[in-house]
Ligand binder design. Structure first.
Ligand SMILES: *Cc1c(COP(=O)(O)O)cnc(C)c1O
Length: 363
């Protein structure tokens, strides 16, 4: 709050000519160090944005800008912020290879290697898939691309605070982060930009030359301070929270095991614990959601839930329309408790058999 009021640090962080500006600048730089701290980068490698959507746009368009005949490699199950940016670039004459993940939602380094051409300027892949929780093999893909000299963008919006990330040991050049996915404010994010002459990024928002020329616009001090605090907290709680969520997930899954006709979508080996995607055979996810009114579950991602189309992520890992329409994603986070997990499981054990019985009667 104090960064919004006249009695507090309300100055413009870019105004170096007066003390109010300095105070704001110091707050912004402290937040930058906090965000850098979670991914072990230098704070000078953090560029503030309005969210991971903007970070994805800046990374992808910023690398491709001004390069004729560019080829991009991405996957069919990326977040819409990556997919729609690449689709738009396709309409502008770029060539895009849409890799198909394996049935658990992973892309292999071999697939990337086989798709590389002399014109490939960028590979963009997510670290953690937002619908499946699957963790991609970013270290192997990054090592390959570093060797080939191809710029690598990683959307880590869903990974930050959920698993360890270290850009000093994992080869990647650009990484998108979001404030609100780490319990920070909405409308704020960052792009990690590796400091190296090999990483060329053209600004997509031009103006006063803020953020070392990569993203102009007066910085929202209060938003950045909030994001910084959130990232510092996430770092402090990372290990403990990961273990707690694994225990909660196992508790939920053990109860689901007693329910017949439930299949797991995603990878059991490479995953974050907070996302569980399940398929309930013979049940429409939409009806199931209505039967689970007290739970905030989703049949797709928030970004796709305005449509009744089956999830393109689930279709992308090989599910049929019917399979995708029978699937629900459950998310657990910092404020989820054992009681809530048990309640959710109990509700499912009541509602799923009931819906199946209704279907049998109707059929
Ligand atoms: C949420 C999300 C985004 C978009 O982030 P915003 O900060 O809401 O713009 C991008 N990519 C992934 C993987 C996400 O989960």
């Amino acid at each position: 709050m104090k960064h919004l009021t006249i009695g507090g640090v309300f100055g413009n962080p870019a105004s170096r000519s007066h003390g109010f500006g300095w105070q704001a600048e110091a707050a912004v730089e402290a937040a930058r160090r906090q965000v850098a701290g979670l991914i072990n980068s230098d704070s000078r490698e953090i560029v503030w944005t309005s969210g991971a959507t903007e970070s994805d746009n800046l990374a992808i368009k910023g690398v491709v800008a001004g390069r004729a005949n560019s080829h991009i490699i991405t996957s069919a199950i990326e977040h819409k912020a990556v997919i729609d940016t690449c689709v738009w670039l396709e309409s502008q004459g770029c060539r895009v290879t849409w890799l198909k993940p394996d049935p658990t939602g992973r892309i292999s380094a071999r697939q990337v290697a086989e798709a590389l051409t002399a014109d490939t300027v960028l590979v963009s892949l997510m670290l953690v898939n937002n619908e499946l929780g699957t963790i991609n093999d970013i270290p192997a893909i990054g090592a390959l691309l570093r060797e080939k000299g191809v710029t690598f963008h990683v959307d880590a919006a869903q990974a930050a605070g959920k698993m360890p990330i270290d850009v000093s040991t994992t080869p990647m050049d650009l990484m998108s982060l979001s404030g609100h996915k780490v319990y920070g404010p909405k409308g704020v994010g960052a792009l990690y930009v590796r400091r190296s002459p090999e990483v060329r990024l053209e600004a997509q928002i031009h103006g006063g030359g803020h953020e070392r020329g990569m993203r102009s616009g007066t910085l929202p001090t209060h938003q950045l301070v909030g994001m910084g605090q959130a990232f510092e907290l996430a770092k402090l709680q990372l290990k403990e929270e990961h273990e707690r969520l694994e225990t909660l997930r196992d508790r939920f899954m053990t109860q689901m095991d007693s329910l017949p006709g439930v299949a797991f979508n995603g990878s059991r080996e490479h995953r974050v614990p907070g996302i569980i995607n399940l398929r309930f055979d013979g049940v429409e996810a939409e009806s199931l959601m209505l039967g689970l009114r007290e739970l905030a579950v989703s049949s797709g991602s928030a970004c796709a839930s305005a449509t009744l189309d089956p999830s393109y992520v689930l279709k992308g890992i090989g599910l049929s329309d019917v399979g995708a329409h029978s699937s629900l994603r459950f998310s657990m986070g910092r404020f989820s408790t054992e009681e809530e997990v048990d309640f959710a499981a109990q509700q499912l054990m009541d509602v799923v058999p009931r819906l199946r019985a209704v279907r049998r009667t109707v059929a």
